[in-house]
Design a protein. Structure first.
Length: 212
């Protein structure tokens, strides 16, 4: 199973209980929010276990296991099968770098979130220490591994500019992966972070008129 990307992901995320801590970190951005939440690229829907029970959680992905609120969906399709302004919050964590058309998916998420809603995104920092270490010490992935890997690369600056095409960024928070948490806690410099999280609000309505 060494070539199974999901097996490798699960092994990596379980270092120092990183997966559970990560979901708790993400849920912390939405304290006090109510209504419907769309988790784009939800994997197995682990985030729902860290949210208050009054939030209606909808997870969209080619999920391995079904759960209440799961929608099986190829995120490379041009449209999300949801009505305009039908969610109070949208979450898209470590997903946009994997899909073939991230710009189109970003536009769709702007369409389905309410004008007063919030959206949380994360993108990898390819100028961060984790990326540098991987490039130097790990072998170049095989073709089969790269099919499930990153199709796009972002720095903090280019990630910010990408999201600002559709959203206004309200908060920017660096996050440090298991390598830092276990071994390199003393090197937690913003510019070296593993990924950056952005809490955003919609920029405009579909008619182009600002809602803020």
């Amino acid at each position: 199973m060494a070539d199974d990307p999901q097996h490798d992901m699960g092994t990596w995320l379980n270092i120092a209980r990183y997966e559970s801590r990560r979901y708790g970190f993400v849920a912390g951005f939405f304290k006090g929010i109510q209504g419907r939440m769309l988790d784009v690229g939800c994997y197995k829907g682990g985030l729902r276990n860290h949210l208050p029970p009054y939030i209606e959680y909808v997870g969209a992905d080619m999920v391995v296991e079904a759960f209440p609120g799961a929608v099986r969906l190829d995120l490379n399709l041009p449209k999300l099968p949801f009505a305009d302004a039908s969610f109070d919050a949208v979450v898209c964590i470590a997903v946009l770098e994997h899909v073939l058309y991230p710009g189109e998916l970003l536009t769709e998420m702007a369409r389905v979130v309410k004008p007063q809603g919030q959206a949380l995104f994360s993108l990898p920092n390819d100028r961060g220490l984790s990326s540098i270490v991987s490039a130097v010490f790990y072998p170049v992935p095989t073709y089969q591994q790269q099919v499930h890997g990153h199709h796009w690369r972002f720095s903090i600056a280019s990630g910010r500019a990408f999201l600002e095409r559709e959203f206004v960024i309200e908060r920017e928070v660096p996050h440090f992966g298991p390598l830092y948490q276990r071994y390199l806690w003393f090197l937690k410099w913003r510019r070296l972070c593993t990924e950056m999280f952005w809490l955003c609000r919609p920029k405009t309505t579909r008619s182009g008129r600002s809602t803020w």
